[in-house]
Write a protein that binds this ligand. Structure first.
Ligand code: SF4
Ligand code: SF4
Ligand code: SF4
Length: 376
């Protein structure tokens, strides 16, 4: 329904940035994950560590500083980060979202893994010894097969959160999503989202790729489980899966494309086409009939701004109007990968969109039903 936008020209500053951006991303990730490709293991710390701290520490320090600075600024500024009307006050929803991003990033993804062990272990802060990166991120799902905590997290907590809140995990909490969400409200980042996010039917069809990543994660998880409990011991198979996971999924898709493609394909390529946990959340949401919905009322004027703001490429406007006539439609996880970021709702100048009330027992999900706005 809405027409694809022609990407606007990049500024000189952005073009200069792009010349360095992708090579830096590639170089950094290779050193971070595979330093022994460049120097022997005994020389990694003295070659690549800075002030005695590992590349992982510095990466997470810069990452957290960026996320916390942008999210903190969004809350303190008090004006909406979406749309051209820079004087419009920030909504209560966005305030809570960016506050959640700030604290989840700082406390759970930085303070707990990097600072707390030093504080409670009374260890010196500087002088990390080299240990190979073992990135056990929950978004890769296979961890759910090797520990009770991982199982509870991936197969109990996340599905419950999806049932209550939709995929807001992705826009309020996840470490990967925290970067996407905050970069998406910077001036360049917002243009990357509006102008470069793949949209349309073909882009939508490719979302099926994500189920392939989930299938791989589940098979890998089973292999790990069988090996861990010595039901079938196949170390070569485990090694083959781990190499594919580390090199192809984590490095190439999760990092190089996931972050390196921000300026070219928007900030949520990995979240839309790669992340296995997101594929699982979509299935939970669809089959457990999560009540999460975005609904349109009859104030829609057919301006299509909502579609341009969606980092997940959803044609939001097609649920709100047909040829500028309001249709009061709705969508949720049954038919979209919506992460509940609220960008489409905030940018709409006539408040034609809202989230459905959580645990609202009256059925307001059908087209033509009166939506109840919970959006401040
Ligand atoms: S899609 Fe995956 S990586 Fe992206 S925010 Fe959600 S859980 Fe995190
Ligand atoms: S919902 Fe709002 S932004 Fe979207 S098409 Fe309607 S008026 Fe425009
Ligand atoms: S549809 Fe709206 S709330 Fe959902 S991901 Fe897109 S912009 Fe965010």
């Amino acid at each position: 329904m809405s027409q694809a936008l022609k990407p606007r020209a990049r500024s000189i500053g952005e073009r200069i940035f792009l010349i360095f951006f992708f090579p830096i991303v590639i170089g950094f990730y290779l050193i971070y994950k595979y330093p022994t490709w460049f120097v022997p293991e005994t020389e990694v710390a003295q070659t690549f560590y800075w002030f005695g701290k590992s590349t992982g520490f510095w990466y997470n320090t810069v990452y957290t500083a960026l996320v916390c600075f942008i999210s903190g600024q969004a809350v303190l500024k008090g004006t909406t980060p979406y749309g051209l009307n820079k004087k419009k006050p920030i909504s209560g929803y966005q305030k809570k979202k960016f506050t959640s991003i700030f604290f989840s990033q700082f406390i759970l993804f930085y303070f707990v893994p990097y600072l707390l062990p030093v504080l409670i272990g009374h260890k010196p802060f500087f002088g990390d010894t080299y240990s190979p990166v073992n990135k056990n991120a929950y978004v890769y799902v296979y961890n759910g097969f090797t520990s009770a905590g991982g199982f509870a997290y991936i197969f109990v907590l996340v599905p419950l959160a999806v049932w209550f809140f939709g995929k807001r995990y992705c826009s309020w909490f996840c470490a990967c999503g925290n970067l996407s969400e905050t970069i998406g409200i910077t001036s360049w980042g917002n243009r990357w989202v509006t102008d470069r996010t793949p949209r349309g039917e073909t882009a939508k069809k490719f979302e099926i790729l994500q189920y392939g990543f989930l299938a791989f994660a589940i098979v890998f998880g089973f292999v790990l489980f069988l090996n861990a409990y010595k039901i079938i011991v196949a170390p070569d198979l485990e090694l083959a899966f781990r190499s594919a996971q580390d090199l192809v999924i984590d490095l190439m898709f999760g990092a190089l494309i996931g972050i390196g493609a921000y300026p070219f394909l928007g900030s949520r390529i990995w979240c839309r086409y790669g992340c296995p946990l997101a594929a699982g959340m979509r299935l939970y949401g669809k089959y457990a009939k999560s009540r999460f919905q975005v609904i349109a009322n009859d104030d829609c004027k057919g301006l299509n701004l909502c579609t341009t703001q969606c980092p997940m490429g959803i044609d939001v406007a097609s649920y709100a109007h047909k040829d500028k006539v309001p249709i009061k439609g709705h969508f949720g996880l049954q038919n979209s990968p919506c992460i509940g970021c609220g960008g489409c709702i905030d940018i709409c100048p006539v408040q034609a969109l809202s989230f459905q009330e959580i645990l609202n027992h009256s059925d307001s999900t059908g087209p033509g039903a009166a939506p109840e706005s919970r959006h401040a």
